[in-house]
Design a protein around this ligand. Structure first.
Ligand SMILES: C[S@@+](CC[C@H](N)C(=O)[O-])C[C@H]1O[C@@H](n2cnc3c(N)ncnc32)[C@H](O)[C@@H]1O
Length: 296
């Protein structure tokens, strides 16, 4: 797989960003990690990499995310490519969460930047990040350890996570769907629906589809094999098709969007929920419902 040299990133931006990154520090970080040991521990040998994932380069990196260097360079580069400010962009997802979730799953969590912020926002919650790349998970785990945060990391495919139905009351995905073919995004959203308890919420932070359709060059910045397909479609429509209700999209600055939806509460449960004083914003305790907990 040859790396494309004609992207705006390769031609103009990469040299600028490289000059801003402390490569020696990155090399030291890379060498400080026991890659064999850590990735062996996190790796689930039963995971089968989908063709769209293992057959493409992403961001000009051969092998995409199945490459250790990609996981070490991801954060230093991402801070410069999420305008106007990476933390503010990610906070946009967290600010839209209704209520106080207790079990949170972050799909396609990568190096865990949003996952860590979710844990900081909801310290009492069990927070898990799931990703197809064991190397991204090694970095996520490293960041959680440095930050003193107790979280779980799972190597797996977001299309088929293997967790029991209704295991979570919040499922999130940040910057995932512009990197998957739309058929995969739709299948991930069906999995989100299955994983959520009634009244649970899904939140998707990603590129602003309206802007990407209007400003063509934005889809040419990086080597992103599926971003043009992403731009022509609608995350909002995908959520509706997966069965979510109260679906809404909020523009977040002009290049990002946050789309959210709720898994409907069946009418008979709604009455019981009201009797017990629960609302969809304060999900019931999993234990009292007898819902099997995911194997954290
Ligand atoms: C652009 S990164 C985003 C990472 C992180 N969510 C963030 O906000 O920085 C996309 C991530 O999605 C992961 N990914 C892609 N397809 C996936 C799938 N089907 N299941 C789980 N992870 C997937 C990749 O390995 C990569 O870590």
């Amino acid at each position: 797989m040859a790396v494309r040299k004609d992207t705006i990133w390769e031609r103009f931006l990469s040299p600028i960003v490289r000059s801003l990154i402390d490569e020696e520090k990155l090399r030291q970080l890379y060498e400080s990690i026991d890659w064999e040991g850590e990735s062996d521990r996190l790796c689930n040998p039963q995971v089968i990499y989908p063709h769209y994932y293992s057959s493409q380069n992403f961001h000009g990196i051969e092998g995409g995310y199945l490459n250790r260097s990609a996981s070490v360079t991801y954060d230093p580069i991402t801070q410069y490519v999420l305008p106007p400010n990476e933390t503010w962009v990610r906070q946009g997802l967290i600010d839209r969460i209704k209520g106080t979730p207790r079990r949170i799953l972050d799909l396609g969590c990568g190096t865990g930047s949003t996952t860590l912020m979710l844990k900081q926002a909801f310290p009492q919650a069990q927070v898990m990040g799931l990703d197809l790349s064991p190397y991204m998970l090694v970095m996520a785990q490293h960041k959680a350890q440095v930050g003193g945060l107790t979280m779980q990391w799972r190597h797996g495919n977001a299309e088929e996570t293997g967790f029991p139905d209704a295991s979570f009351d919040l499922v999130t995905a940040s910057l995932l769907f512009h990197e998957t073919p739309p058929t995969v995004a739709k299948s991930i959203l069906r999995e989100c629906f299955r994983l959520l308890m009634p009244g649970g919420e899904v939140l998707i932070l990603d590129g602003n589809q309206k802007t990407l359709r209007q400003v063509d060059w934005l889809t040419e910045v990086f080597e992103e094999p599926y971003i043009k397909d992403y731009a022509t479609q609608s995350v909002e429509a995908w959520l509706g098709a997966a069965g979510f209700e109260a679906v809404e999209t909020h523009d977040h600055w002009w290049v990002h969007q946050v789309t959210q939806g709720m898994k409907p509460i069946p009418a008979n449960n709604r009455a019981a929920t009201q009797r017990q004083g629960f609302t969809s914003n304060t999900p019931q305790d999993f234990g009292s419902q007898g819902t099997p907990a995911p194997a954290f």
